[in-house]
Design a protein around this ligand. Structure first.
Ligand code: AMP
Length: 181
């Protein structure tokens, strides 16, 4: 049992075997988000280290990072900046390629979204290998921002993503972990 804020967040995350392909266990947070106590508990738990702190913007990664990041930004009284898949943002962007298991993907941020010295809280639902968050951190730093911390509901520590971020000098805040796929 992993009680967070009096709520067992882990119990409401649905494990879907063999999605999106055989051998992958997908940790589905939609079942947690759909529960009114679950969604509130995870937002409360995500924000507590940053209450009263010096964050300037919350940056969320498409798509589940938007659901969490919007609520986190609202609660912290800060603005929200999206990082999206290639080709989705309308104005001038900067992009970063990153490796997936098969092939390359690209994420983008508006070139004028972050200014020099802005302190950023990066949000996504889950960190696995850290490839996505790592590319997001590079984009934020390239924009002149400083990544104050990165926060995730789920950590899969056996895939090493959180350790990779810490090695880049980023503070990592996670709520629950699963120890195998
Ligand atoms: P990674 O770049 O390997 O850290 O993967 C993190 C991104 O892929 C996040 O946006 C997650 O939503 C998604 N993801 C990767 N692996 C899983 C998994 N096993 N279950 C659910 N989402 C995953």
């Amino acid at each position: 049992m992993d009680l967070r804020n009096g709520f067992d967040i882990k119990r409401y995350i649905r494990a879907v075997p063999d999605y999106p392909k055989p051998g992958i266990q997908f940790y589905d947070v939609t079942t947690l988000f759909a529960n009114m106590h679950g969604f509130r508990a995870c937002i409360d738990e995500l924000i507590w280290p940053f209450l009263g702190g010096s964050i300037d913007y919350v940056v969320g990664i498409e798509a589940r990072g938007f659901i969490l990041g919007g609520a986190v930004a609202h609660e912290l009284g800060k603005g929200f900046v999206p990082i999206r898949k290639k080709g989705k943002l309308p104005a001038k962007v900067i992009g970063k390629d990153y490796e997936l298991e098969y092939g390359i993907d690209t994420i983008e941020i508006h070139a004028d979204a972050i200014s020099n010295g802005d302190r950023i809280l990066l949000i996504d639902d889950l960190i696995a290998t850290g490839g996505t968050a790592n590319a997001a951190i590079d984009l934020i730093r390239q924009s002149g921002g400083e990544v104050a911390a990165a926060a995730f509901v789920v950590d899969l520590p056996f895939l090493g993503g959180a350790a990779k971020l810490k090695n880049k000098g980023v503070k990592v805040h996670t709520l629950v972990q699963f120890d195998s796929e």
